[in-house]
Design a protein around this ligand. Structure first.
Ligand SMILES: *Cc1c(COP(=O)(O)O)cnc(C)c1O
Length: 387
């Protein structure tokens, strides 16, 4: 069966209470207390869900569908994508550990490393995604416990050879964790390439409507999966039954929406590449873009998120370009049905390596609108650069 077909039906076989009518969507079951059938069951956590925080019917349906999506044996849910990243790290790290984090990592992940992990006695070193897997592993020390990758990188979309990194890390007993939000668990399967933990912000493409927060972490090795589930238990995270329901609903249409985001994204990216105000388009699926060969080898497709580097312009000019857009919203996050734009400049400043580009960088999320309207909107914006 093709994956798009499986995702339409996955998570539908969760057992119902006797006699309840079976609907297409899961039951939204809410509860803190779970009533157990007898006294022995109160402490039989292997056979029973004993407390609502562990998740009920809609959570179970979503987790089962995400296991299908990620090719995982275990998936944990978190109240946001950031919580999934921090939760996965806290589940496997200890004081005295050293971690190697890609310099193009999502900025709030970096903030967690620099502030919280540092306070807990865990050292973070940021590496250039342009390193070969061999030179990256050459940075590892005795205390290096984890390599954190994000591919393509946030904002600037650098590609890395994740399979080679995972293989080399394994020979050194170093865990690998991928923030796979760009691929939405669908366009790239980190676990199939030997990555130990695959995280995504479901908030983005799985939710698809810019209105629900949730994150997931998936593992195929049962030992790693147990670390993740213990981590959630110890930190006490819970997600709402309605949010789990909405994420599963989003999953049904993920392949259909992604195909449209991909086609429109490439159409807009190709057009931008021919505009005189544009220095370079950073879109791994665009032939000639950096990382295109690795993308073609490893990924099954692309989404609607990419960046452009403009010819040199002032911040005032970039702001005038963004302010002239009428269809694109100005806002963070992405993966919803609507198109968005941001100036990347202030976020690049914190990086150690990937911070020098030939002009201002603007990130675009191409939504589900007609791409010709989006092109017209961008042309209107680019015209202000000459004004
Ligand atoms: C948005 C995002 C996150 C965080 O997700 P939230 O649900 O907003 O906390 C993590 N990683 C990447 C790459 C993201 O784009």
């Amino acid at each position: 069966m093709h994956e798009a077909t499986r995702l339409i039906h996955s998570g539908m076989d969760i057992p119902l209470a006797d006699g309840s009518p079976r609907t297409v969507a899961p039951v939204i079951q809410k509860g803190s207390t779970v009533l157990l059938p007898n006294a022995a069951a109160l402490y039989d956590d292997d056979a029973f869900v004993t407390y609502g925080r562990q998740g009920l019917a809609s959570h179970e349906a979503l987790k089962s569908a995400l296991c299908d999506l990620e090719h995982a044996t275990g998936v944990e849910l978190y109240p946001s994508g950031v919580a999934a990243m921090t939760g996965a790290m806290l589940a496997v790290l200890s004081a005295g550990d050293d971690i190697l984090v890609v310099d193009t990592v999502y900025k709030p992940t970096r903030r967690f490393c620099d502030q919280v992990l540092k306070r807990l006695g865990i050292r973070t070193r940021y590496y250039d995604p342009g390193l070969t897997p061999e030179s990256l592993l050459a940075l590892a020390e005795q205390s290096t416990r984890l390599i954190l990758v994000e591919c393509p990188g946030s904002l600037s979309f650098e590609m890395q050879d994740l399979g080679a990194i995972a293989r080399l890390a394994r020979t050194r007993n170093i865990l690998t964790l991928a923030d796979n939000t760009w691929a939405a668990g669908y366009l790239f399967k980190p676990l199939d390439h030997g990555i130990d933990i695959s995280v995504q912000a479901l908030t983005k493409y799985v939710g698809g409507h810019s209105d629900v927060f949730m994150g997931s972490a998936a593992a195929s090795d049962p030992v790693v999966a147990k670390h993740l589930s213990d981590g959630v238990l110890h930190l006490g995270w819970a997600t709402s039954a309605e949010d789990a329901y909405e994420m599963l609903r989003g999953l049904r249409t993920l392949p259909t929406r992604l195909a449209r985001h991909e086609a429109s994204g490439l159409k807009v990216a190709q057009w931008l590449a021919t505009q005189s105000e544009v220095q370079q388009v950073l879109h791994p699926a665009l032939p000639g873009s950096p990382g295109h060969d690795l993308w073609r080898r490893d990924f099954a497709g692309s989404c609607g998120l990419f960046s452009v580097i403009l010819k040199p312009a002032t911040t005032l000019q970039v702001n005038a370009f963004l302010d002239a857009l009428e269809i694109f919203g100005l806002g963070f996050s992405w993966g919803g049905f609507e198109s968005l734009a941001i100036d990347c400049g202030p976020q690049l400043a914190v990086r150690a390596h990937c911070n020098a580009y030939p002009g201002p960088m603007v990130r675009l999320h191409i939504g589900l609108e007609d791409p010709d309207d989006l092109i017209q909107d961008l042309r209107r914006g680019l015209d202000t650069l000459h004004a």
